[in-house]
Write a protein that binds this ligand. Structure first.
Ligand SMILES: *[C@@H]1O[C@H](CO)[C@@H](O)[C@H](O)[C@H]1NC(C)=O
Ligand SMILES: *[C@@H]1O[C@H](CO)[C@@H](O)[C@H](O)[C@H]1NC(C)=O
Length: 353
């Protein structure tokens, strides 16, 4: 036997063991809490959802990422966002302040951190348009924007928000939709269950359906949307929503959304698996056909350590024991994230912020 044929398997082994880069998660649902933001929440008398604002630091975030296996975190300020300071000057100021602060944080930690920038409350349409110009044309540090599911009773497809979507489409933006507090009666299940547990997934579903039925998402071919937490209950209820359109298209602002159009745009949504990794949830996402649009997420530091650990354990078990596990493993979800950002001109491994 020739020596070179003996060497080959050893060379391959060496490459596999030492050169193959280890794959780790790209976490697109992970939050940042700056001091200015938690001060603004305190000044407003707390988060209206009743959820306590957790503490956050760069070190605790990096340590968490190390434990969970994140190679990169795309940070966002979560609900209620700058709306906590209202839809006037104070809200605009808060959006700018957090965007500058988080911009600095990711610049100093560009090896592992990126961010979705915040906008003012969308009912402040002009303030939001101005901040989008700042985010995408002036600052140029964010990899997309985080948007709340509803603003003062207006879901995101509302005609009032049309200019905002037009600008987002001009910037070919990635839009991460996060659920927020909304009026509902009674406010709390069992007297005091906090709204995020049950009502946030419905909040996401309501606004996603609104974007489809108003035709707003259809009008934004260059925007990609990430829905939080497995799209709420959208994969589960999608057919129920689309079914009535077979008999009659849905008319909004003098335009019709047909069954075919609904289905087309429904299948454009990206969804993260933050706190949504039980076997029924993963099976539903896979059956829904979303496997090329699934992203990893954790909801740190808002979810408790125990919840995140449970979620992570469920996902790992599914990957290891379910025949469909490879559809949601690290390699697949990381590939989806890399592909999404690349489509928007961003090399997420090296965003050069
Ligand atoms: C601004 O916010 C207030 C309080 O939520 C709301 O009543 C008002 O309608 C909002 N402005 C617009 C233009 O929607
Ligand atoms: C929408 O569909 C309805 C019912 O099919 C039809 O009567 C109406 O003219 C359509 N409207 C538009 C703007 O196409």
């Amino acid at each position: 036997m020739h020596t070179s044929s003996l060497l080959l398997p050893f060379t391959l082994l060496f490459i596999l063991c030492f050169v193959k880069p280890s794959i780790a998660w790209i976490d697109t649902h992970i939050h940042v809490v700056t001091k200015s933001y938690s001060d603004a929440i305190d000044a407003a008398g707390g988060d209206p959802s009743g959820y306590a604002v957790p503490s956050w630091s760069v070190d605790s975030c990096l340590e968490f990422m190390n434990v969970i296996g994140d190679q990169r975190a795309v940070l966002s300020v979560t609900a209620p966002g700058p709306s906590i300071s209202g839809n006037g000057t104070e809200g605009r100021k808060l959006a700018r302040t957090v965007n500058d602060e988080v911009g600095d944080i990711v610049t100093e930690n560009s090896d592992s951190l990126s961010f979705f920038a915040s906008t003012p409350d969308w009912t402040d349409v002009q303030g939001t348009l101005d901040e989008l110009d700042y985010i995408f044309a002036t600052q140029k540090k964010a990899v997309g924007v985080v948007v709340m599911s509803v603003y003062s009773g207006h879901l995101l497809g509302d005609s009032m928000f049309k200019p905002i979507w037009e600008k987002l489409n001009d910037y070919k933006a990635i839009v991460f939709i996060h659920p927020t507090w909304y009026e509902i009666s009674p406010m709390n299940v069992a007297g005091h269950l906090s709204q995020p547990i049950i009502d946030y997934p419905y909040g996401t579903t309501r606004t996603a359906a609104d974007l489809l039925l108003t035709g707003r998402f259809n009008d934004c071919p260059d925007v990609d949307i990430i829905l939080s937490h497995a799209g709420g209950v959208l994969p589960y209820l999608a057919t129920r929503l689309a079914g009535p359109l077979l008999a009659n298209p849905f008319e909004y602002d003098g335009r019709n959304t047909t069954f075919a159009n609904f289905e087309l745009n429904l299948n454009r949504f990206y969804m993260d698996v933050a706190l949504s990794t039980s076997s029924p949830q993963l099976e539903a996402l896979i059956a829904f056909g979303a496997t090329d649009r699934l992203l990893f997420g954790t909801d740190f530091p808002y979810a408790s350590d125990q919840s995140i650990q449970l979620s992570s354990k469920l996902l790992k078990t599914f990957i290891r024991t379910n025949p469909k596990g490879k559809l949601v493993n690290e390699a697949k979800l990381t590939k989806n994230a890399v592909g999404l950002f690349k489509k928007h001109g961003i090399n997420i491994h090296n965003p050069k912020v």
